[in-house]
Design a protein. Sequence first.
Length: 84
Amino acid sequence: MGQPSLVPPKRDGTTLRLGAREGLCVLYVHCQTNLVEQWRSLFRSDFDFEDNRAVLIPADGTYNTTAFDQIAAMALCYHRDKRA
């Protein structure tokens, strides 16, 4: 493991883990959420996705930062938004 993570209060969101592969940054979320499904429907043309587990971001730095910000916010507020 050894991957950095962002851990929101459990009642608010789900953990984001950061990983790397050749040419990619990988943002992982818990596979039992529906976040990747939501992201795939919203940002299909902006990112590639891995199953129900991760969004793949080009490591060269060219990506839609507005979409990325929304992806991160959706994960960090996942449980709070489900209650709303």
